[in-house]
Design a protein around this ligand. Structure first.
Ligand SMILES: Cc1cc2nc3c(=O)[nH]c(=O)nc-3n(C[C@H](O)[C@H](O)[C@H](O)COP(=O)(O)OP(=O)(O)OC[C@H]3O[C@@H](n4cnc5c(N)ncnc54)[C@H](O)[C@@H]3O)c2cc1C
Length: 298
């Protein structure tokens, strides 16, 4: 039973997501923006190629003003991390602190996350190393698996693996665990290994992990969930089509899944604010049409 159904759920509070929210809110769509405070734009001290500013402006100031604009127009903005997405009659977006339902979704999580810094990891991709618990968890029933990560996303992925095996270790690769209160209670379910990883070993298939202190540990599979959830990784579990590392989209900024749109750096088009803002607006138009069609069906 869904208590609250949004018309538009936007994952990402960078220029792409906020631009989309401005349009959907003005079109009277009940809009929720979900985002961590990690836009690429925070790193930009001085921007002087974005339209409408005579003098350079900081990325932070653009982001803050954009959010205020979207809030004034009626969008809701929450700080949370999306870790999963599903589609039945409507979309459900699973976050660390709750789940949200929507008629349409925009994926605007920025550029794909950097790869985990583990030597040789690519050599075992598809041969023991996986980025998708939903796709590959089944192959590791009752086997010994690891999750490479140190934050909430890794715990989420480890929890997904519990339906296949109880033999799960979280490998943090020397990082301190950074788990939010909502997920801490699950930590007893897994082992945690905080040693720095030197590399992976195995013949045709992954057999284990070598650590910098000279020790090793056997592992049948290693699921990568390093850092926070890249919207791209969890969307792939839904069968979203990719174009290399980027989300594939049509002229309406819609992905291959009806009602699921995308915009910004995750599309791999010229990674600039103006492009993110323009794609956000285009996606909003598609979402508005999609929601009106859905409402018309009722
Ligand atoms: C140092 C630097 C300088 C730059 N200078 C310029 C410049 O001068 N001019 C210019 O035009 N462009 C510049 N850029 C590029 C510009 O910042 C990006 O093109 C733009 O920010 C892309 O917008 P976006 O909304 O797609 O992604 P982002 O701005 O990266 O925003 C992504 C949002 O998604 C959120 N997110 C990610 N994953 C999740 C998740 N799982 N759940 C919830 N939220 C999530 C992030 O926290 C963030 O809020 C610069 C970039 C950098 C790094």
């Amino acid at each position: 039973m869904i208590n609250l159904l949004y018309d538009a759920i936007i994952i990402g509070r960078g220029p792409a997501g906020i631009s989309c929210a401005i349009y959907t809110s003005r079109a009277n769509l009940k809009t929720l923006v979900i985002g961590k405070n990690e836009s690429a734009l925070f790193k930009a001290e001085k921007i002087e190629n974005y339209y409408g500013f005579e003098m350079p402006v900081s990325g932070r100031s653009l982001l803050e003003t954009g959010e205020k604009q979207a809030l004034r127009l009626g969008a809701e903005i929450i700080a949370d991390e999306a870790v999963g997405i599903d589609k039945a009659e409507h979309f459900t977006v699973y976050c660390i602190n709750g789940e949200y339902h929507g008629r349409s979704v925009l994926l605007a999580p920025g550029a794909p996350a950097v790869k985990a810094p583990v030597k040789g990891i690519e050599d075992f991709e598809g041969r023991g190393v996986s980025y998708c618990t939903t796709c590959d968890g089944f192959f590791y029933r009752n086997r010994k698996v690891g999750v490479l990560g140190y934050a909430d996303y890794a715990v989420h992925e480890a929890m997904e693996l519990l339906s296949f095996t109880r033999d799960i270790t979280l490998y943090t690769n020397g990082k301190e665990l950074d788990i939010s209160p909502a997920y801490r209670e699950y930590m007893d379910t897994f082992r945690v290994n905080t040693k720095r990883i030197k590399g992976l070993y195995g013949q045709d298939f992954l057999e284990g992990i070598d650590f910098e202190d000279g020790t090793k540990e056997a592992a049948d599979g290693l699921f990568v969930a390093y850092g926070s959830a890249s919207g791209v990784n969890f969307a792939m579990k839904m069968g979203i089509l990719m174009n290399g590392n980027n989300i594939a989209f049509n002229e309406r900024m819609e992905t291959n899944i009806e009602g699921l749109f995308t915009a910004g750096d995750c599309t791999g088009v010229f990674r600039q604010i103006s492009v993110a803002v323009g794609q956000g607006a285009l996606a909003a138009r598609g979402m508005i049409e999609h929601v009106r069609k859905q409402r018309g069906k009722k």
